[in-house]
Ligand binder design. Structure first.
Ligand code: PEP
Ligand code: MG
Length: 608
């Protein structure tokens, strides 16, 4: 998780800084490329004197962008400006959403029997017979030409991506699709594809992009299957621990429907798509050299300690069985508990809501255990072109139907957030200029249409509307009056709607007594509040605020002590496991976090 840096240095060029510890890797790159391709302009990325076409995954990946690297994106063409705005905004989201893969700490454990040590992909424990991976190839005649098989594979991956968008692993399909498309120009038949992939793979060996090789193999297998060359995996009926050199990402789904208990892979890496999917499937797994393990011998795979125990004693087996049972119970309870309310040890109930951007992410939030939506960032709802009123209503209705509690933020454009169809005047300090609620004055038609759509969709729901970047009571009053006029014009009863503000501008802290008289609720946006407290732009390439500074917590404590209306927090700080104990101590009772952080946030609350 992190921030990224963007500032327009020249017309039609932007500087972006990679902030994720994973670097700018295949999945976010694929999304970036897919968006770049939607524009006609020529789009180039450059880093340390090296140029790359931003519409190809391989070219972009060849820049090897790591955390902290700042690269330049340049667009030339009719839609260059819009392309840059969309790409910059997307990059910001990609960096924020990229969950960093952390190395699992090994637990201390000693065994008397012989052990093999390995790296932990997914923790857990399993006991069973070790089984080597086996597959058989079959050939049947196919009516498809190579070109057709290629296109069918591309289409299949596109469908897999769009059908699974709500699942966290869907991006892997998009990544493979973009990888496949990038080969199109250079291959004409299966032999040239195999050669191309073999070349690319040998170049990747030993580099930090080595994990991509398995995706190449996967796309090759997909095309081969369409040409009649299929490989079938063979697994025992009884529970087993699988040993394989590597597995293809597409094989994990099949594997998880067998009696497999755990997996040992020799050649994968912790951030390969295979490893990501193994984690997702909850299969205890290790990277280890399994050569000394005899086929069918009973082993303990201790993926807490990162050990494989050969010829374990009865005592060791008994203790492993106990830990396996305890694990299953803990897993079961964590899984079941994501839908349960979060209560601290002292019995204090804390509400956990989600920050979402559209109906898809709202559905994901529901599956992840959100109790409502604490922040709907509407500027991400329609990123490419201005939506019709009808489209907006449909999107809001879809989201309102999912939860009883939804807080919609009116368009928050300006500063770090851009929309291609909203033109703002060029300013020296856009973070201190026209942004958030100030758009009510500069773009009244767009805001009026948005409010109209929200009101129409909310006719049967108790929806909360909040205005971003409010800095004075007058600003709030004007925005609320504007909204009321829209309702009046369209004769919509909005007595069910609550109006509140984001607390992002420090002036609000000193005006709370007056705000208490007019607002229905507050939501603290620590991302912006912190940047304004420290006078450090949240997207700055080198300067960083200290989000855990007493200045931040004192500001929050002041808000909670002065506010006489419900207060929630929706900035990134709400999901920070180090900050949560302090937030609860201050008295915050509603946290709004991104969908992927809900279970962990609830777990942290329960530990307080
Ligand atoms: C914030 O500023 O903390 C916030 C939640 O809003 P955004 O990150 O969308 O500006
Ligand atoms: Mg904000």
């Amino acid at each position: 998780m992190g921030l990224f840096s963007l500032f327009f240095s020249k017309p039609h060029s932007a500087e972006l800084t990679v902030t994720s510890g994973n670097g700018f890797h295949l999945r976010p790159v694929a999304k970036f490329v897919a968006t770049a391709k939607q524009y006609q302009s020529d789009i180039q990325a450059s880093f340390q004197g090296k140029n790359a076409d931003a519409k190809g995954v391989n070219t972009l990946l060849s820049l090897s962008l790591e955390q902290g690297d700042t690269f330049t994106v340049r667009a030339k063409g009719k839609d260059a400006e819009e392309a840059l705005k969309a790409l910059s905004s997307l990059f910001h989201t990609l960096m924020q959403d990229d969950v960093e893969i952390s190395v699992v700490e090994k637990e201390e454990m000693t065994y008397e029997s012989k052990t093999i040590s390995g790296e932990i992909i997914a923790s857990g424990i399993a006991i069973g017979p070790a089984t080597r991976y086996r597959e058989t190839q079959s050939n049947r005649a196919s009516t498809l030409s190579f070109e057709e098989a290629f296109e069918k594979s591309e289409a299949e991956l596109t469908t897999l991506y769009s059908d699974n968008k709500e699942k966290s692993n869907a991006d892997i399909y998009l990544a493979q699709k973009e990888l496949l498309s990038s080969l199109k120009a250079e291959v004409t038949d299966l032999a040239s594809l195999e050669k191309s992939i073999a070349n690319a793979s040998s170049q990747l060996m030993g580099t930090k992009l080595e994990a991509k090789i398995v995706d190449y193999k996967d796309i090759l297998q997909r095309i081969k299957a369409h040409l009649g060359i299929t490989s079938e995996m063979h697994f025992p009926e009884h529970p087993f621990i699988l040993m394989a050199d590597d597995l293809l990402p597409s094989q994990i789904e099949t594997l998880s429907h067998t009696s497999v208990q755990a997996v040992i892979l020799k050649e994968t890496s912790l951030n390969s798509h295979t490893a990501i999917l193994l984690r997702g499937a909850g299969l205890p797994s290790l990277i280890a050299d399994y050569t000394p393990i005899e086929e069918d011998s009973r082993i303990i795979l201790d993926a807490h300690a990162g050990l494989i125990v050969l010829e374990a004693s009865e005592k060791e087996l008994e203790s492993a069985r106990k830990r396996e049972r305890a694990d299953k119970e803990a897993q079961q309870s964590a899984f079941e508990k994501r839908f349960e309310a979060a209560e601290t040890k002292t019995g204090k109930r804390i509400k956990v809501l989600a920050n979402v951007t559209d109906p898809d992410s709202a559905r994901t939030a529901k599956e992840e255990g959100a109790e409502g939506i604490g922040l709907l960032r509407t500027e991400f709802l329609f990123k490419k072109e201005q939506p019709s009123y009808e489209k907006q209503v449909a999107a809001y209705q879809a989201i309102f139907a999912l939860f009883d509690e939804v807080t919609v933020r009116t368009l928050d454009v300006g500063g770090d957030k851009a929309l291609p169809y909203i033109t703002l005047i060029q300013e020296d300090n856009p973070f201190l200029g026209i942004r958030g609620v100030r758009l009510f004055n500069t773009h009244p038609e767009i805001i009026a249409e948005q409010l109209h759509a929200i009101f129409s969709a909310a006719q049967h729901s108790a929806v909360k509307i909040m205005f971003p970047m409010v800095s004075s009571v007058e600003e709030f009053m004007e925005a609320k009056a504007f909204a009321q006029n829209v309702a009046k014009e369209y004769e919509i009863d909005i007595s069910n709607i609550h109006f509140g503000i984001m607390i992002e501008v420090p002036s609000v802290l000193f005006l709370l007594e007056d705000f208490n008289k007019v607002v229905d609720f507050y939501s603290i946006g620590t991302n912006d509040l912190t940047q304004y407290l420290f006078a450090i732009e949240r997207t700055h390439a080198t300067l960083k605020t200290n989000d855990l500074s007493p200045a931040v917590f004192d500001a929050l404590a002041l808000i909670v002590s002065k506010a006489e209306k419900p207060v929630s927090i929706c900035g990134e700080l709400a999901a920070n496991t180090e900050a949560i104990p302090k937030l609860l101590e201050i008295g915050l009772e509603t946290l709004s976090v991104s969908a992927k952080r809900i279970a962990e946030t609830k777990k942290t609350i329960r530990e307080q």
